[in-house]
Design a protein around this ligand. Structure first.
Ligand code: DLL
Length: 444
C-alpha cells in the first residue's frame, strides 16, 4: 500500500503526484514511454539506428522493461563525436533551447530541448524543490550559474513553476549574495555545496551569522559531497541541506533528489529510467550493489538518450522510503569511475581523501590534491585548510594535527601522502564546481 502524505505536508505539490504512483502503474507508464523513445531515436538519429541494426534490435523488440538491456549504450564520446547537433531527434525548428557542458578536453557537448522538453525539465525541478520541502511562500536565491550550464535556468524555471519567489542572482559576487540573503529574507538557496561553504566563511568575515537569518534549506548538487560535509554545513548554516542530482546529457538538475528523509535520492522515474551496471562487464549488478548509473530518458524529444553511461557510481536503495514516494532511490554519488587516480599502484578517489580529512577535528572542508611525478615516482600532496583556532594556536597543535591527518589518510588509503596545512582561506574558491585534483604528472 502506498501512503500518501496528508494535504498540508510540505512537499505535496500537484506536480508531485507521479512521485506517489503505485509501482505497477509506474512500470506500465515507463514501458509505454520507453517504447516511444526507442522508436523516435531509431527513426531520427543515425547513430542509434546503426547501433541497433548492428545488434539486430528493432524498436518493436522492446516489449518489456527488461528488454532495455538489449539496447546499445551511449557514452560521452558519442556526444562529442556528433558535435554540435548530430544526436538531435527533432528538427532545429522545434528546438527552443541549447545548453552545453564544458569537458576537460576540447569541445563541449551540446544538449537540446523542445518546448515539450522544457516542460518535462520544469516538472522534474518542481518536484525536486517540493521534495526539498519548498513551496509557495519561499524565497529562493538561485546561485547556480545562469548560462550554458544547466544549473541556473533549470532551478529557475522549477522554482517559478512551484510558485516560490526566485532571486536569479547566479553565481559569484559573494558579498552581494550575503546582502541579498539577509535583506530579502531568503529562505532557501540553490548552489554547489562548496560555494555555500564559501558563503558561510565570507558571511563570518562580514560579521553576519547565516544561522541567525531566515534561511532554512539548501538545495545542493552538481558535484560530489559527503555526509560529513552535510553535517558541517547544516550545523554552521542552521539549515537542512539536500542533495540533488542531474547531468546535462539527461536534462540538467532534476534527474533525482533527496526528500525530507535525506536517505538517498529519488529518481523521477516517469522521465528517467535508471539502471546500475558493472562498469567493466556492462551487466546489471544485483539489487543494492554498487555500480555505474546508466540512464535512459523516457520523455525527451529533441535529444533522447538510450542507456547513457553517466560514469557516476551509485547503488539502488532497496527499501521503500518513509516519505511515501514510490520512486526508486539511489545512494548519493560520492565518486565517478573516471575520477579515480592511481598513485604508486593504489587506486584513490577524492571522496576517500575527503572523508579521511573530515574525520579529524580542526580541519575545514576545503582541500586540494596535487599529483606530481618526481624522479619517476608519483607523489601525492594534500593541501587542507585548518580552522582559525588551530591556525592561531601554538606550533605544537599544528604539528599534532599534521600527524593525525597523515595517519588518517594512511589508514583510509593505505598510502603515505604529504599533508600540507594551510591557512583558512588560502585555497582558491570556486563559484561553481570545486576542482579537487590538480594532476601535474603529464600522463598523456
Ligand atoms: O551539474 C547539473 C546539475 C546542476 C545538477 C545543479 C545538480 C544541481 P553537468 O555540468 O552536466 O550537470 O555535470 C553532471 O556532475 O555526472 C555528476 O558527476 C556531477 N553531479 C551532479 N550532481 C551531483 C550530486 C550538472 N548531487 C555531473 N552529487 C554528473 C555528486 C553530482 N555528483
Amino acid at each position: 500500500m502506498t501512503t500518501i502524505p496528508d494535504e498540508d505536508s510540505l512537499d505535496l505539490h500537484p506536480a508531485s503526484v507521479p512521485d506517489y504512483m503505485q509501482v505497477p502503474h509506474m512500470r506500465a507508464l515507463q514501458l509505454e514511454r520507453l517504447r516511444s523513445t526507442v522508436r523516435r531515436a531509431y527513426l531520427h538519429v543515425e547513430l542509434y539506428r546503426q547501433r541497433m541494426d548492428q545488434r539486430n534490435v528493432r524498436p518493436e523488440d522492446i516489449r518489456t522493461l527488461d528488454d532495455v538491456i538489449r539496447l546499445p549504450f551511449t557514452v560521452k564520446a558519442d556526444l562529442r563525436d556528433s558535435y554540435p547537433f548530430g544526436l538531435f531527434a527533432s528538427p532545429l525548428q522545434e528546438v527552443v533551447r541549447l545548453h552545453a557542458s564544458s569537458g576537460t578536453t576540447g569541445k563541449p557537448i551540446v544538449v537540446a530541448y523542445t518546448q515539450h522538453d522544457l516542460a518535462v525539465w520544469t516538472d522534474a525541478m518542481v518536484r525536486t524543490l517540493a521534495a526539498c520541502g519548498l513551496g509557495c511562500g519561499d524565497i529562493i536565491q538561485n546561485a547556480y550559474g545562469y548560462g550554458l550550464f544547466t544549473g541556473g535556468l533549470g532551478a529557475h524555471y522549477g522554482a517559478e513553476a512551484l510558485g516560490a519567489t526566485v532571486v536569479p542572482i547566479s553565481g559569484g559576487n559573494t558579498d552581494r549574495q550575503i546582502m541579498v540573503m539577509k535583506d530579502f529574507k531568503v529562505t532557501a538557496i540553490c548552489c554547489t555545496p562548496t560555494y555555500f561553504l564559501h558563503l558561510l566563511d565570507r558571511a563570518g568575515e562580514m560579521g553576519i551569522s547565516i544561522r541567525e537569518l531566515p534561511l532554512r534549506v539548501g538545495v545542493f548538487g552538481a558535484e560530489p559531497w559527503s555526509d560529513s560535509m552535510r553535517s558541517r554545513i547544516e550545523a554552521a548554516g542552521g539549515i537542512k541541506a539536500y542533495d540533488i542530482y542531474g547531468l546535462s546529457e539527461i536534462t540538467g538538475p532534476g534527474v533525482g533528489s533527496e526528500c525530507r528523509c535525506q536517505a538517498g535520492l529519488h529518481i523521477f522515474e516517469d522521465h528517467f529510467f535508471p539502471e546500475i551496471i558493472d562498469p567493466d562487464s556492462g551487466q546489471p549488478v544485483a539489487e543494492g550493489e554498487e555500480g555505474e548509473l546508466v540512464i535512459t530518458t523516457l520523455s525527451k524529444h529533441a535529444m533522447p538518450m538510450l542507456r547513457y553511461r553517466t560514469r557516476d557510481i551509485s547503488a539502488f536503495v532497496p527499501a521503500p522510503c518513509h516519505c511515501g514516494r514510490t520512486l526508486r532511490r539511489i545512494k548519493r554519488i560520492t565518486r565517478r569511475s573516471d575520477d579515480m587516480f592511481i598513485i604508486r599502484g593504489v587506486n584513490v578517489f577524492p571522496s576517500q581523501v575527503e572523508s579521511a580529512l573530515l574525520a579529524v577535528e580542526g580541519t575545514l572542508p576545503h582541500y586540494q590534491i596535487i599529483l606530481r611525478r618526481e624522479g619517476g615516482l608519483d607523489q601525492m600532496e594534500v593541501h587542507v585548510e585548518v580552522t582559525p583556532a588551530v591556525f592561531s594556536d601554538k606550533v605544537g597543535a599544528l604539528e599534532n594535527l599534521h600527524n593525525k591527518l597523515g595517519q588518517s589518510l594512511h589508514q583510509t588509503l593505505g598510502l603515505r601522502v604529504e599533508v600540507r596545512l594551510v591557512a583558512p582561506q588560502a585555497l582558491k574558491r570556486s563559484e561553481g564546481k570545486a576542482q579537487r585534483v590538480i594532476d601535474q604528472r603529464n600522463l598523456a
